[in-house]
Design a protein around this ligand. Structure first.
Ligand SMILES: [Zn+2]
Length: 72
């Protein structure tokens, strides 16, 4: 069986590693205006900027304030 990240602790460790990695690479993060999760912004193939959280998932889907997510 392959290793699957399911536990909250593993998820937290993954998150911390991502935070460390983006710090090392000098990538700027901005806190989410709704939940203060640090986000990085990635450009999609359509040229739009997408907020990505420290789990490297789209924050639009994960934000507790999603549904009425608007910036600015
Ligand atoms: Zn958020």
């Amino acid at each position: 069986m392959s290793t699957v990240i399911t536990g909250a602790q593993e998820r937290e460790e993954f998150r911390n590693r991502v935070i460390l990695a983006i710090k090392v690479m000098g990538i700027e993060t901005k806190p989410c205006s709704r939940c203060d999760e640090p986000l990085i912004f990635m450009k999609t193939h359509t040229g739009k900027w997408q907020p990505v959280d420290m789990y490297l998932e789209s924050h639009l889907a994960n934000c507790p304030g999603a549904g009425s997510f608007r910036r600015g």
